[in-house]
Design a protein. Structure first.
Length: 284
């Protein structure tokens, strides 16, 4: 028997280092919601993603093909830790996928619902910042879903990027003057693109798209969390006001809102203000 195709899914999107993990931590404190961390379904700049890896098996029209693709998913070949997590029962996902329409969208829906089920939650979701670029496709696949787009001051993002702990797939292994310049250029381009997409989406996807600012979420937590809950269609719960701190490059006493002011090189602070001017006050 096929599962409901248009099951609601929550997608947290935005530029990396913008607070997507902060939103995820808040929502995961709700009794009905579980947001998974970056399953990497889609291709990124540096790896093929799940769909790129299993595409040779498409169409998934035989059980043998599905057995083979789930062997790949369970092999550890996927970059994301999501697929190595013992809390994800790939056997249950595989059987449900066999009983579905066997499309890529079904794999997303079934996998996220299975991960939420383990946590005892009924509303699934996922946090992949770059899925902002795929909102048109995902909204077509999942018409009843919700997209929460968070934007942060690009200067805070810049400081976070140049101080991040490098890992083997990170483009810039060590911060230096050259890498800082490239990071600055990329953040400027990407931040401006986020704002452009916001203007495009807020009218085209009214009702399923919500724009929030990190600064307002951090300083007016209860008001903004209530707004997110109303948007998703869930009741606000007080537990959501005490999210754990995760994914920070800095010590526990670092101020996530204004700590960047003490760490950003003056030249780059000037350049950000020169390029974005009033947009910093409006969106940051």
């Amino acid at each position: 028997m096929l599962e409901e195709v248009n099951s609601p899914i929550i997608f947290i999107v935005g530029r990396p280092r913008s607070g997507t993990n902060f939103v995820r931590s808040i929502l995961n404190l709700h009794s009905d919601v579980w947001i998974s961390a970056e399953p990497d379904f889609f291709k990124t700049r540096r790896h093929k993603g799940v769909f790129g890896t299993i595409s040779p098996f498409y169409p998934f029209d035989t059980d043998a093909k599905i057995d083979d693709l789930f062997t790949v998913l369970g092999s550890g070949e996927m970059l994301s830790k999501f697929w190595k997590n013992p809390k994800l029962d790939l056997g249950r996902v595989k059987e449900a996928f066999k009983n579905s329409a066997r499309e890529y969208r079904d794999l997303i829906r079934i996998t996220l619902k299975e991960r939420a089920r383990y946590e005892g939650k009924s509303i699934p979701g996922e946090k992949t910042p770059f899925n902002l670029n795929r909102l048109p496709l995902l909204s077509e696949w999942f018409p009843d879903s919700k997209f929460v787009h968070i934007v942060r001051d690009p200067r805070a993002i810049f400081v976070s990027e140049i101080n991040r702990v490098p890992y083997r797939h990170y483009l810039f292994k060590k911060s230096n003057p050259i890498s800082r310049l490239f990071i600055f250029i990329y953040i400027c381009f990407d931040w401006q693109r986020n704002i452009h997409l916001h203007h495009k989406y807020q009218s085209a996807y009214r009702g399923i798209y919500l724009f929030i600012r990190f600064s307002q979420l951090y300083t007016q937590l209860e008001r903004e969390v209530t707004k997110i809950c109303d948007f998703i269609g869930i009741d606000f719960e007080k537990a959501m006001l005490d999210p754990p701190r995760r994914g920070s490059n800095f010590s526990d006493d670092y101020d996530p809102l204004y700590g960047w002011r003490h760490k950003i090189p003056r030249l780059y602070d000037f350049l950000f203000r020169l390029l974005f001017g009033r947009k910093l006050k409006r969106y940051a």
